[in-house]
Design a protein around this ligand. Structure first.
Ligand SMILES: Cc1cc2nc3c(=O)[nH]c(=O)nc-3n(C[C@H](O)[C@H](O)[C@H](O)COP(=O)(O)OP(=O)(O)OC[C@H]3O[C@@H](n4cnc5c(N)ncnc54)[C@H](O)[C@@H]3O)c2cc1C
Length: 345
């Protein structure tokens, strides 16, 4: 019999997980259930740049594996004919620091293209005065509106279906599915009763500035929960931004927008001519460790197999393909476990 799998959540993690389950188990009938769909999600607010942040206490070798697999997936798409449709683009730029920052070569320096350390004698000081050091490299950006659309299209082409619904508990959707996959991001706080998932609020501006072709990450204000960032995507540049732990509000704040605007114009004055298309606030689903594991829940109707895949903080687009592949393997294991139990009966 064809396995029936339910994925809860339609952000980049849920969509990518659903597509990878279809790839790994071609006979599976996959349904996505979500309270909200693109373009109203945190995943739609993201810039979509591949740029790892340390994900709390999650094993760095695991993070490296997920991030590498995701980078390789993007790189393959970049060379293919769908790159334009999927919003995948190669992007070069700079990450800059000042002298009181303790800067170590990042664990991902050998994954991106042309990673190079800039020093005071090199470009960093000449490039932008208060900075003493920096990195230059080329990475890949998956522009969220295009990339999410492509994932949805691919999911439907492979026979997947979608239901709009808020899930109160796993029992509610357990029948008729063999395995449930929980990709609810911040929603896991309630659904999986997991108070360790917390929002890290991110406020950004989406502007039209087609003359901006390089990304810039200015880390010098990072201690104040503000980084000056500029990420040119497809036609739209994301300017940021904030990272406020524990803040739940998703309404843009005019004062914060002004501050982002001023900070970015200070670094790159030509931005004063950019047209603001959208002010947006998203809540990064932060968790001390990413939750990627299988759980068996007991219910009156029998065991419920749940594979959890949530808590990717500010790195969802950086690790999505790698974690989705691993979640698909966990679904295979959960199905084997089930068939083993059924064959025993
Ligand atoms: C300003 C900003 C910029 C960012 N930039 C980047 C970047 O450049 N690169 C990068 O790698 N990452 C970036 N991120 C992080 C990235 O956006 C997140 O890691 C990622 O979007 C998380 O995806 P998700 O699918 O887990 O969550 P979401 O996109 O929030 O999706 C969660 C899904 O679960 C559903 N759901 C929740 N609860 C329930 C329920 N009870 N019942 C049914 N459905 C439910 C929701 O409706 C939704 O469909 C950024 C984040 C922000 C805020």
């Amino acid at each position: 019999m064809e396995p029936k799998i339910c994925v809860i959540g339609a952000g980049v993690i849920g969509l990518s997980t659903a597509v990878n389950i279809q790839k790994r188990i071609p006979t599976a009938r996959v349904t996505i259930i979500a309270e909200e769909f693109s373009p109203n999600l945190t995943s739609d607010v993201a810039a979509g740049i591949w740029e790892p942040h340390i994900l709390g206490n999650t094993d760095v070798s695991l993070q490296r594996k997920w991030a590498t697999e995701t980078f390789e997936h993007y790189a393959e798409m970049l060379m293919g004919e769908l790159a334009g449709e999927c919003g995948i683009q190669l992007i070069s730029g700079y990450q800059l620091f000042n002298e009181d920052m303790d800067v170590k070569v990042p664990f991902w320096s050998d994954i991106v293209f042309n990673f190079r350390i800039l020093t005071a004698d090199d470009n960093a000081k000449k490039f932008l005065p208060p900075h003493s050091s920096g990195w230059s490299y080329s990475t890949i950006l998956a522009h969220p509106p295009h990339y999410m659309k492509w994932l949805i299209k691919r999911f439907h082409q492979e026979g997947g279906s979608m239901i709009k619904m808020s899930v109160k508990n796993f029992e509610q959707v357990a029948f008729p599915f063999d395995v449930i996959v929980n990709c609810t991001g911040l929603g896991a706080r309630k659904l999986a009763n997991d108070s360790s998932v917390e929002p890290v609020q991110g406020h950004v501006l989406k502007v039209k500035a087609p003359w901006l072709t390089h990304f810039l990450i200015d880390q010098t204000k990072a201690k104040l929960d503000v980084r000056v960032v500029m990420f040119p995507g497809v036609e739209i540049v994301t300017l940021g931004g904030t990272g406020v732990k524990g803040a739940w509000n998703t309404t843009p704040d005019a004062e914060v927008s002004q501050r982002i605007w001023r900070n970015c114009c200070n670094v790159l004055p030509s931005l004063k001519d950019a047209k603001v298309v959208r002010e947006a606030v998203g809540l990064r689903p932060f968790r001390p460790t990413v939750r990627l594991e299988m759980e068996t829940l007991k219910s009156a109707a029998g065991d419920i197999k749940v594979v959890h895949n949530y808590g990717h903080g500010g790195s969802g687009f950086t690790v999505q393909w790698g974690v989705a592949r691993e979640a698909a393997e966990l679904v295979v294991k959960a199905l084997e476990h089930r068939s083993h139990l059924t064959s025993k009966l």
